[in-house]
Design a binder for this molecule. Structure first.
Ligand code: URA
Length: 477
């Protein structure tokens, strides 16, 4: 008897490799037992399948069989691996077997594949995301209990449909996460923890470690058997450590440096401090027009650099240009800009006297038909662009920097900074006074008029702190 140990419940590639070798060596279906590697087999040599070498002989199966097998393997039927091998075995001598719909094996595999496809349709139609978190850090979370193991196959649909929003789908088998770039898979949420509406947020918080950092990709590279069924702590702790190491250490510095070209800003940054102090905004703008420090320049229309008087005492930092700004080449001229204009006026701040810029100077988006959907910049992009903010800061020397939203706060303060915990306070950062508040587009997204009015007033209150600060320092001068 041959015991074939597959890496996990949906290990189609493992099954295919093993089945091919077995069939080529004439190992009869009745002589094979299929199992899944369990955690305690991780380091055991006995779990390695000692399959016979593949002889030169070849055989082909219809493409339709591969398609059916890929779907059927996601079915919860414990006999699926054996059934599929039996079919493969029989296909060697009966190439048209799949059209024999009255054959019990054929009927069963078709029924299993159909059940899987129905389950995927059900997930696509019924899954509902709920917004968790606030403002720019908002994340969308859904709980779903699929009948079969379909999450990995069903998830790309949601990445396409909701490309612009970071989401997580929690299920008992595995959880899928989308950060705007890639889908990653982490362990499922145990049934006993099934979150009610109230507990969804709590469940997500427990599982979101590393959602926006490179450590998450390590999870994808690990065989699922390594983390499946592990107690949460044992996987989450190393992830936190990895996340911190990767987002603060040389890893990011190296990443950010990779795409740079010889004439681009990093070379310019080798200028002395004195030279930096001599930068004028217009010289910086010219230099930034050719910035290649991250890949965002490729799809954007142009670099949208900061604008405003070089003598400004107040500097506002947003996230990145939007669709309108990308086309116009000026910051904050679209809907968020109009909201900002109104708020500045209500707070008694003259926009004409303010220097306005963004943490990231190129528009990041995904095309959806005729529309370009805004994408939140990631940490390497924010870091790659920070040199421009630093040089704008050195050129303007404002009395106060106001960071609008989470991306701006991350760039200005050099670390991820929760807005609600820090808003409205004057923070001293490397000798620069910083105030963090929400991004105006947060106000635009609020669905209810009452919340909108309330949050708008809080935004004005924050901007008034900036206005007061500037008035006081002008008086003291
Ligand atoms: N949002 C930003 O953060 N900046 C802009 O320039 C426009 C919208």
């Amino acid at each position: 008897m041959r015991i074939i140990v597959l890496d996990n419940d949906t290990d189609f590639e493992g099954w295919r490799r093993a089945a091919r070798r077995l069939a080529l060596n004439d190992v009869k279906p009745a002589e094979v037992t299929w199992t899944i590697r369990r955690d305690d087999e991780l380091s055991s040599a006995s779990c390695m399948n000692e399959l016979p070498d593949v002889p030169q002989a070849q055989f082909n199966v219809p493409a339709k069989f591969v398609e059916l097998a890929k779907a059927a393997i996601l079915h919860r039927n414990d006999e699926r691996f054996a059934l599929l091998y039996r079919l493969l075995w029989r296909l060697r001598s009966h190439h048209d077997l799949l059209s024999a719909t009255d054959d019990p094996d054929v009927a069963e595999v078709h029924a299993m594949a159909r059940a899987v496809y129905c389950d995927i349709d059900r997930m696509h139609a019924h899954l509902r995301f709920r917004e968790i978190g606030r403002e720019r850090a908002a994340h969308y979370v859904a709980w779903f209990e699929p009948e079969h193991r379909i999450v990995e196959l069903a998830a790309p649909f949601f990445a396409g449909r909701f490309a612009d929003m970071p989401w997580s789908i929690l299920t008992p088998d595995v959880s899928a996460h989308w950060d705007g770039h890639a889908i990653s898979i982490t362990p499922g949420v145990a049934k006993s923890e099934v979150p009610s509406e109230d507990r969804l947020e709590e469940a997500w918080r427990r599982h979101d470690i590393g959602l926006f950092n490179p450590a998450r990709l390590k999870v994808m590279e690990m065989p699922q058997a390594y983390w499946r069924n592990l107690p949460e702590d044992s996987i989450i702790k190393p992830l936190i450590e990895d996340a911190m190491r990767m987002t603060s250490g040389p890893f990011i510095a190296r990443k950010a440096a990779e795409p740079r070209k010889p004439q681009d800003p990093p070379m310019a940054r080798k200028q002395t401090q004195n030279a930096q102090a001599r930068d004028t905004i217009s010289a910086l703008r010219d230099e930034a027009a050719d910035c290649r420090a991250c890949p965002l320049w490729k799809d954007a229309t142009q670099t949208v650099f900061g604008e405003g008087p070089q003598s400004a005492t107040l500097m506002l930092v947003g996230e990145q240009p939007g669709d309108k700004e990308d086309l116009a080449g000026h910051p904050f001229v679209g809907p968020a800009g109009q909201m900002l204009d109104r708020a500045l006026e209500d707070a008694g701040i003259d926009r004409g006297k303010v220097y306005i810029t963004n943490a990231v100077k190129h528009f990041k988006f995904v095309p959806r038909g005729k529309v370009r959907l805004h994408q939140k910049p990631n940490t390497p992009e924010i870091r790659a662009c920070r040199q421009w903010y630093e040089r704008e800061l050195a050129a303007i020397k404002p009395e106060l920097v106001v960071a609008l939203g989470a991306t701006a706060a991350q760039s200005v303060l050099g670390k991820i900074t929760p807005i609600n915990k820090n808003r409205g306070q004057l923070i001293d950062h490397d000798g620069t006074k910083v105030l963090v508040t929400v991004h105006p587009s947060y106000l635009l997204r609020l669905p209810h008029e009452k919340a909108k009015a309330l949050e708008y007033q809080r935004f004005i209150d924050d901007l008034k702190i900036a206005a007061d600060q500037l008035r006081n320092s002008a008086r003291a001068a």
